[in-house]
Design a protein around this ligand. Structure first.
Ligand code: ATP
Ligand code: ZN
Length: 285
């Protein structure tokens, strides 16, 4: 039987999270530190461990069938690959930064300036859209030191917390775009591989839903049930079960992880008690 070949980052910010996603999909993968490729013992998949920069090319050329990498690399490399879905990790932004003591006057500040970056394509597109003339200095790493060593006036790079910028005496002045990890696929997948991919996607969907949602259980007086149901949309509609205590019920539902703290006070004000919020192992809609 054919195997679906998936390329993931060998070592870096996306490596562990990519493996973790596959493992949560029930796919067994053993990886030593020197492993370059490995098969799963319980799913028809072969994992290739590569530099993230090379993944778009390998997927375009069918060396790998699918890949996990940052959207930023897909935009920069501009290879013929299809984006399947966002994966909800590896979030970052691509921003312009300048030395912190500089007076930033708006985007035209960058006109006729030198900017160092590892993302020349994304930056030149941004400059063209904004009618800026910028001299782009392409370097492959340690972009943040470029201004202090006199290579460039500013930088265009990936930022997540901003602490690397601060450490290098820089300030972020424009966010050009946001990026996160995505799943891409080759444009020519055999029917058989497409079938394996669908099976994998079904599992990924379930894993991502379960990460984004929580199961909530609470007790409430029957008189409050309808008001509480308004606040808790649930997957279809919440489950309401009678409690042994006369006039009370237990309400169960699913809520978005990031909505939880907004909802909680409203639930308490409506008379909800003994509120339990628990993680969901897998969620299939
Ligand atoms: P490789 O050796 O595979 O080329 P790399 O040095 O290019 O590794 P990493 O720094 O591991 O790459 O980043 C991989 C991806 O992680 C980035 O392309 C980006 O999509 C994402 N990412 C998320 N947060 C950050 C961050 N703070 N800094 C850098 N990349 C980040
Ligand atoms: Zn890279």
């Amino acid at each position: 039987m054919d195997k679906l070949k998936i390329a993931i980052q060998k070592s870096g910010r996306l490596s562990e999270k990519s493996l973790e996603l596959l493992r949560e999909c029930g796919i067994k993968i053993s990886k030593g530190s020197q492993t370059l490729k490995t098969n799963s013992s319980n799913f028809p998949i072969e994992v290739l461990f590569l530099r993230d920069d090379d993944i778009p090319q390998y997927v375009e050329q069918n060396v790998a069938d699918i890949g996990i990498l940052g959207e930023n690399e897909v935009w920069e490399k501009n290879r013929k690959v299809e984006t399947i879905r966002k994966l909800g990790f590896g979030n970052c932004r691509l921003s312009l930064a300048i030395p912190k003591d500089e007076n930033y006057t708006g985007i035209s500040y960058f006109n006729n300036k030198k900017v160092a970056t590892s993302y020349p394509k994304i930056l030149s597109e941004f400059c063209a859209e904004n009618n800026l003339y910028v001299e782009i200095e392409e370097i492959s790493g340690s972009v943040e030191i470029a201004p202090s060593i006199g290579l460039a006036h500013g930088i265009f790079d990936i930022v997540s917390t901003g602490s690397t910028l601060l450490m290098n005496g820089l300030k972020e002045v424009e966010t050009v775009t946001k990026s996160e990890a995505i799943l891409i696929k080759s444009e020519n997948l055999s029917h058989e591989k497409q079938k394996i991919l669908e099976k994998l996607l079904f599992r990924i969907q379930a894993v991502i839903y379960s990460r984004e949602n929580k199961y909530i259980l609470l007790n409430a007086p029957n008189t409050a049930i309808s008001a509480i149901i308004e606040v808790l949309p649930g997957m279809k509609s919440p489950t309401v079960l009678p409690l042994a205590k006369e006039g009370w019920s237990s309400i169960h539902s699913v809520i978005k992880e990031d909505e939880f703290w907004d909802i909680i006070d409203r639930l308490k004000n409506l008379g909800a008690e003994s509120i339990l919020v628990v993680p969901i192992e897998k969620m299939i809609l």
